[in-house]
Ligand binder design. Structure first.
Ligand SMILES: NC(=O)c1ccc[n+]([C@@H]2O[C@H](COP(=O)([O-])OP(=O)(O)OC[C@H]3O[C@@H](n4cnc5c(N)ncnc54)[C@H](OP(=O)(O)O)[C@@H]3O)[C@@H](O)[C@H]2O)c1
Length: 268
């Protein structure tokens, strides 16, 4: 029998993951539920899946919880009677800051509930994201494999120990902002040299995407790619010199650590 996937909370991130899962499995096996039903209905129409009540979503084999962290306690309390009758339901939480242990506590079930904690980043909405995850002891390897397969259209699905989740989300969650700053600066530099802004941005995005793709496909170390582009006495090494003088690499390293520290302080 086909596995079924329920979503409660189909906002920005829950909706983006539902869209990915509908590409990884048959949309017929996906049920969406949202507090404002029109939001789930519009998404379901686009994705070709169904909408349902919270109890219909909770009746699925895998239940994605897409509500805000502060809404999780009330949601799980309301779902408890339904989940008590379905000991094999797997809970998937994307809530920042809620640990596997805390999610087990909030579920409050008289048996070990299987929980996957995921940390997706915004580019999952275009299928090029990262989904970091860790699981509790009750989640079977078979269920982990099904969920990895179902979420694969979101991008890279990567296990990461929960103790490193703050660092992982500083890298993956913040990198859209860091990359946007870099692309904006790259574009400004080209505009300063006379290239029209729209053209400059298009070129900056393509050159950056291409460089990342080259690293992925070649397996080259970033330093080796830099060396390959820097011919002796050439222009690229002069640009690298300017970046080093501006503390570019140190600034990026500090940005990741600062974001990790902020996550730790927030308890996320
Ligand atoms: N956004 C990101 O980049 C990002 C990244 C990583 C993790 N996350 C996590 O993803 C989760 C959702 O964040 P978001 O940005 O997607 O927030 P959001 O857009 O506000 O989505 C939350 C959704 O949950 C619905 N909801 C709330 N209570 C509900 C209930 N009892 N039953 C059914 N639906 C309910 C809301 O419905 P209404 O339409 O009525 O408001 C809303 O659509 C959070 O836990 C967050 O930590 C987000």
């Amino acid at each position: 029998m086909e596995k079924t996937f329920g979503f409660i909370g189909t906002g920005h991130m829950g909706g983006a993951l539902a869209a990915a899962v509908c590409r990884g499995v048959s949309p017929q096996d996906v049920v969406l539920c949202n507090r404002t039903p029109a939001k789930a209905a519009a998404l379901a129409e686009t994705l070709g899946c169904r909408t349902g009540s919270a109890s219909e979503a909770a009746g699925c084999d895998y239940l994605f919880l897409g509500v805000k962290p502060q809404q999780m306690a009330a949601l799980l309390a309301a779902l408890r009677p339904l989940l008590r009758d379905r000991p094999n339901t797997v809970l998937i939480s994307m809530a920042a800051g809620l640990t596997l242990h805390r999610l087990e506590e909030l579920a409050g079930l008289p048996f070990p509930v299987a929980v996957l904690r995921i940390m997706p980043n915004l580019p999952v909405s275009v299928g090029r994201g990262v989904v970091l995850y860790d699981k509790n002891a009750a989640l079977s390897d078979a269920d982990e494999a099904v969920l990895r397969m179902a979420m694969a259209p979101a991008g890279l699905v990567e296990p990461l120990e929960e103790r490193l989740m703050d660092a992982g989300s500083a890298l993956c969650g913040c990198s859209p902002a860091f990359t946007a700053l870099y692309l904006e600066a790259l574009t400004d530099g080209a505009v300063a040299c006379g290239i029209p802004r729209a053209v400059a941005l298009r070129l900056a995005v393509q050159a950056t995407e291409g460089s990342a793709a080259l690293l992925t496909e070649s397996g080259l170390h970033p330093a080796a790619l830099k060396d390959a582009v820097c011919s002796p006495g050439g222009s690229t090494i002069q640009g690298v010199r300017a970046l080093e003088a501006g503390g570019f690499r140190a600034a990026v390293i500090e940005a990741v650590i600062a974001a990790r520290d902020a996550n730790l302080a927030l308890g996320t």
